[in-house]
Design a protein around this ligand. Structure first.
Ligand SMILES: [Zn+2]
Length: 255
């Protein structure tokens, strides 16, 4: 999220946090083990795992820049180990284009058809219906076009495109927001204006795109979004200093 009056966010910095055996590391280890086993290799490749509050239980696995990138729904974070093991076998089979074994499919299907899980998915879906989205083309700016440009320049074109929308109101404080539940980036209408320089608009969009790239990390039960790696990526934006200074001033209603 980009908020115009930015409190320093340096406290949200996870690099020095103690490494706890959180669900994320456990799942990562599980995938590493499964990749070695099913791919008959001694060493697991680098794995990037993200938990996204997608409305459904969609998961994906792909290879990107020699890394195995996995995204799974955060509904699965608390799933029993055997379910996660089954999911790892299903996804890794897809990765290696192997036949998915029936037992894994059975274990995973039993979990996702559990009424408690179904109701969580339904709740997430219900929210999607209530969300009002606009077309990505504004009056002066095109979210679609800028997303593609930034994706090419900073993400090697690899960032899956979410839904892009302008906010209903010209929000003064929240300039951008990434909604993982609805896989949507919403940018304040206030930035769809000739009085706002294009680099500023694109910086806000870029910040939200970084949320898609980095997801969140769960450390000791707390979620962190603006991690050190996130902030480092943010500084790669060419007008970073200018843009962040200007964002501070935007909080002034007259500014
Ligand atoms: Zn943010």
């Amino acid at each position: 999220m980009v908020v115009a009056e930015g409190k320093p966010q340096s406290s949200i910095d996870t690099a020095e946090a103690p490494v706890a055996p959180d669900p994320e590391s456990r799942i990562r280890a599980l995938f590493a083990e499964t990749i070695c086993l099913m791919g008959r290799r001694k060493r697991a490749p680098e794995i990037e795992i993200g938990f996204h509050a997608f409305a459904g239980l969609n998961s994906y696995i792909r290879i990107r820049n020699q890394k195995v990138v996995i995204r799974i729904s955060d509904i699965l974070l608390g799933a029993p180990l055997e379910v996660l093991r089954a999911l790892a076998r299903i996804l890794v089979a897809k990765l290696f284009r192997q036949k998915v074994d029936g037992e894994a499919t059975q274990v995973y299907s039993a979990f996702v058809s559990d009424p408690a899980i179904r109701s969580r998915v339904e709740t997430a879906r219900g929210l999607r219906g209530r969300k009002r989205l606009t077309a990505p083309q504004g009056r002066y700016r095109d979210l679609d076009r800028s997303f593609d440009r930034l994706n090419r320049e900073f993400f090697g074109g690899n960032l899956p495109k979410p839904r892009l929308s302008w906010s209903q109101q010209k929000a003064r404080t929240v300039l951008g927001h990434t909604d993982h539940v609805h896989d949507t980036i919403v940018i304040s209408r206030r930035l769809d204006s000739p009085s706002i320089p294009n680099y500023l608009f694109e910086f806000v969009l870029y910040h939200e795109m970084l949320h898609l790239k980095h997801g969140s990390r769960l450390i000791n039960g707390k979620r962190y979004c603006h991690t050190r790696a996130f902030r480092a990526d943010e500084r790669r934006f060419p007008s970073y200093l200018k843009a962040s200074a200007r964002l501070g001033r935007l909080s002034n209603p007259l500014g």
